[in-house]
Design a protein around this ligand. Structure first.
Ligand SMILES: [Zn+2]
Length: 188
């Protein structure tokens, strides 16, 4: 039924739409997808005003890994490509975590905490932590002010998704699986 113009019913496609909306609203300056998306979703992201670019990372076994980045600002995409296009994926070193936080718009305090303590307990409601793409640090003062914009984008992405998606598509972005492989799913 994909030719009917519906979005893919997959969880990843829903996450990509949510991430696109966060980026189009400049809640996040740039976002990365580590999976391919449908032509329909690509078109929707472009219609939001986003610029998109494909890049290739290399796994440590030599395999190529395609990524997609999106931003309203071509310079941010160029900066990201200059740093990561063609680069070997080295995992979550503190330097990579810091660089990704800078590109993706995550608080530096959370990046530092994540690089030292991983998913350490924080003070957020689980429902709030689930709609973020970074793991907030304990006592974070920078994440709570971001939450209204994340919540609003989450709700709007659900509305958009319901309008565009297959009627049998599953539920909401708030049920997003932890560790989904996008943006910082593998790092923050
Ligand atoms: Zn923080």
């Amino acid at each position: 039924m994909r030719d009917a113009g519906w979005l893919d019913a997959s969880r990843l496609e829903r996450d990509a739409l949510y991430l696109g909306l966060l980026t189009a609203r400049e809640v996040k300056p740039l976002s990365r997808l580590e999976y391919s998306i449908s032509n329909n979703l690509y078109r929707i992201l472009v219609e939001m005003g986003l610029k998109l670019a494909r890049l290739t990372r290399r796994a440590q076994n030599g395999a190529t890994v395609p990524h997609l980045v999106m931003s309203l600002d071509r310079r941010r995409i160029a900066d990201y490509l200059a740093e990561f296009d063609g680069a070997v994926i080295v995992g979550n070193s503190p330097a990579v975590i810091r660089a990704e936080a800078r590109h993706f718009g995550y608080p530096a305090c959370c990046a530092e905490s994540f690089s030292r303590r991983g998913y350490a307990p924080n003070d957020l409601e689980p429902a709030d932590q689930r709609i973020l793409f970074h793991h907030a640090c304990a006592g974070c003062t920078e994440t709570p002010p971001l939450l209204p914009a994340y919540r609003a984008a989450c709700e709007e992405s659900e509305r958009l998704f319901r309008r565009q998606a297959h009627p049998k598509a599953p539920g909401a972005c708030v049920n997003r699986a932890k560790g989904t492989n996008h943006d910082t799913g593998r790092s923050l």
